[in-house]
Design a protein around this ligand. Structure first.
Ligand SMILES: O=C[C@H](O)COP(=O)(O)O
Ligand SMILES: CC(=O)C(=O)O
Length: 207
C-alpha cells in the first residue's frame, strides 16, 4: 500500500491553490485531474479555504492537503475538513507534531541545513524547500543532498513553466507551483486553461 507521500511523489506536481469561492473547488479539482495532476495544496490564505478543502476531499481520486499551516489549531482544522497532508512555509515543531498526532503526512518548509536537521530529527524525510528559486533553486537542492541524501525535497516558490524542467533532478519528490492555478483564473472559472496548464507543467517535470 502506498502512502500519501508516495502518491504525491508519483504525481510529481503539487499545485498551490489560493481560492476565494468554495463553489470553484470541485471544478478546479476535476480540471486538475483531467490535466493529469491529482492533487492540490489549498493554502489557508483566504477566509473560506477550509470549505474548499472539504468539497475537494469528496472528489474521487483527488488528494487534497492544506498549506500555509502555521499553528496546531490550523492543522487540526485542516484534518477535520478532509486534509490528507499538511504543508507549512517553515519548520515548526508544533505543526510537525500536530500532524503526527493527527496521523497525517506533514511537509514542512525548510530554507537551510539547520532546518533540515530539525525536521529530520522529527522523523521526516520529505521537506518543502521554500522559497526555492530565491534560495538558489536546483543548485541548492543538489548542495543539500550532499549531507542529506536521505531527504527528498518539494521545491516551492518562483517555479513556473520556464524553469520547471530544471527541477526534474535527483532528490526532488515533487515540484510545487502556483503557475497552474492562478488565483484570477480560478475566480473567473477558467478551468479549460487549468487543464492545459496542468498538462504542460507535468510534461516539464516528468522523469
Ligand atoms: O506555497 C507555495 C508558494 O507560495 C508557491 O510559490 P509560487 O507562487 O511562486 O509558485
Ligand atoms: C509557502 C508555503 O509553503 C505555504 O504557504 O505553506
Amino acid at each position: 500500500m502506498t502512502t500519501v507521500l508516495d502518491d504525491l511523489a508519483a504525481i510529481r506536481v503539487l499545485p498551490v491553490v489560493v481560492i476565494d469561492d468554495p463553489a470553484h473547488a470541485v471544478p478546479l479539482a476535476e480540471a486538475l485531474l483531467a490535466g493529469g495532476v491529482a492533487c492540490a495544496e489549498v493554502t489557508l490564505r483566504t477566509p473560506r479555504a477550509l470549505e474548499a478543502v472539504k468539497l475537494m476531499s469528496s472528489v474521487p481520486g483527488f488528494l487534497v492537503g492544506v498549506g500555509t499551516v502555521l499553528s496546531t489549531q490550523q492543522a487540526e482544522d485542516s484534518v477535520a475538513n478532509g486534509a490528507r497532508f499538511i504543508v507549512s512555509p517553515g519548520t515548526s515543531i508544533f505543526v510537525i507534531r500536530a500532524a503526527a498526532a493527527l496521523g497525517v503526512a506533514c511537509v514542512p518548509g525548510v530554507a537551510s541545513a539547520t532546518e533540515v536537521m530539525v525536521a529530520r530529527d522529527e522523523g521526516l524525510s520529505t521537506l518543502k524547500l521554500f522559497p526555492a528559486a530565491q534560495l538558489g533553486g536546483p543548485a541548492m537542492i543538489s548542495a543539500l543532498r550532499g549531507p542529506f541524501a536521505d531527504i527528498s525535497f518539494v521545491p516551492s516558490g518562483g517555479i513556473g513553466i520556464d524553469n520547471a524542467a530544471s527541477y526534474a533532478i535527483d532528490g526532488v519528490a515533487s515540484v510545487s507551483t502556483s503557475w497552474i492555478t492562478p488565483r484570477a483564473d480560478i475566480e473567473r472559472g477558467a478551468f479549460a486553461e487549468t487543464i492545459e496548464r496542468a498538462r504542460r507543467f507535468r510534461n516539464e517535470v516528468a522523469r
